[in-house]
Design a protein around this ligand. Structure first.
Ligand code: R5P
Length: 315
């Protein structure tokens, strides 16, 4: 299919083919013909079975678990497209993994979010399209354009029907205050903040609450649920401080390790997530509902291809 005189082609790695197909359906194009397989020794093999010469190519691949596999698939696909003379290579990364190591906290720490940005550029990406980066300043780790979409409005639209007027939007940590404030302003609700300290990776310790949650329903908003430690502890402390029903909304449902068990046993009534990552059958529990980001990504891809404003999507 041609839009604006230049071919648009959309391909997917193996990370989230369902989302890639939905995005193609939104745009009205067929998913490009490619295969990503592995050699017997585990190395990744990529084949594009149609020409991409001169085309505006979008590769959809969240770098979710298995993160190293999915990342390498993406890098190798970009390399193949570059060598096949694609006109422009747009890496569509609905979930940008390795983002949480975004600064040196102690001596000799790596900064993986910058390393991945460098790898993508060196492989040949001309543009990144992503959603809810763990820290928005990661955009600056790239020297190519980054279109940063927001999941908040999609989650807020879904969650609003479940909430009453006396609900408080809660940030589970100081770093998420802006996200909670934006969410609160979409729904015209006040916010509260959980102040916590994290003694080591994937272990969180809730300390205190800034704001009033007593006798109110709450909705905790976060970018990522990984082991669900932060979210379930946040829910408990909110109950301790007198909150009534606890809802949660989160863009990227990584749900690794003990996450599902923790969520099942938690006081959280409903968790709304998006489909930036695929939810495996094992992770499909009644408490979790998923809303799709496909129409937003579809519209963004169309606009990027037609050189139209993407920020218009948030007006
Ligand atoms: C932390 O800064 C993030 O926003 C998430 O709260 C955190 O990464 C979630 O991890 P987990 O679910 O393992 O507590």
């Amino acid at each position: 299919m041609k839009i604006m005189g230049r071919d648009i082609k959309i391909f997917s790695g193996n990370a989230n083919k369902k989302l890639a197909q939905k995005i193609c359906d939104e745009i009205g194009v067929s998913l490009g013909d490619s295969n990503v397989t592995t050699f017997s020794d585990g190395e990744i093999s990529v084949a594009f079975n149609e020409t991409v010469r001169g085309a505006d190519v979008f590769v959809i691949q969240p770098t979710c678990p298995p993160v190293n596999e999915n990342l390498m698939e993406l890098l190798i696909m970009i390399d193949a497209l570059k060598r096949a003379s694609a006109g422009r290579i747009n890496a569509v990364i609905p979930y940008y993994g390795y983002a949480r190591q975004d600064r040196k906290i102690k001596a000799r720490d790596p900064i993986t979010s910058k390393l991945i940005a460098d790898l993508l550029s060196i492989a040949g990406a001309d543009r990144i399209v992503t959603m809810d980066l763990h820290a928005t300043q990661i955009q600056g780790y790239f020297d190519i354009p980054v279109d940063h979409l927001l999941g908040g409005p999609i989650l807020a639209k879904d969650v609003v029907s479940r909430l009453n007027k006396d609900t408080v939007v809660v940030s589970p940590d100081i770093g998420g205050v802006r996200r909670a404030r934006n969410f609160g302003s979409i729904l015209d609700l006040p916010i509260a903040i959980i102040e916590k300290r994290r003694p080591k990776a994937n272990v969180s310790e809730v300390m205190n609450i800034i704001g009033d949650v007593k006798d109110k329903d709450v909705v905790i908003v976060d970018d990522i649920i990984d082991t669900a430690g932060s979210m379930t502890r946040a829910a408990e402390v909110l109950k301790d401080f007198g909150a009534k029903d606890v809802y949660a909304a989160c863009t990227h449902a990584v749900l690794s390790g003990p996450a599902i068990e923790r969520l099942e046993n938690s006081v959280i009534k409903k968790l709304i997530v998006t489909d930036t990552l695929p939810l495996s059958e094992r992770k499909e529990i009644d408490k979790i509902e998923s809303v799709s980001v496909s129409s937003l990504f579809g519209e963004a891809i169309k606009r990027i291809h037609e050189n139209q404003s993407v920020s218009k999507l948030f007006d």
